[in-house]
Design a protein around this ligand. Sequence first.
Ligand code: SF4
Length: 64
Amino acid sequence: MKACPNKERNLSYCNCSYPGCPRKGICCECMHYHRQHGELPACYFPNDAEKTWDRSIEHFKRVV
Ligand code: SF4
């Protein structure tokens, strides 16, 4: 697979605190992964809410 040319730039504004995720900085894969699970990516959440790692839409509606 070709490396994402935007990865370094994406990482500069990624707020995800989940360690070791292979999708970090590859926003299209991140979005696809969470969408498949009925969730939203970390960047939809304020930093304190993101740190719970609860990516559910219910959590998003509670905090945003
Ligand atoms: S939001 Fe999810 S898929 Fe995206 S980098 Fe964080 S843990 Fe990985």
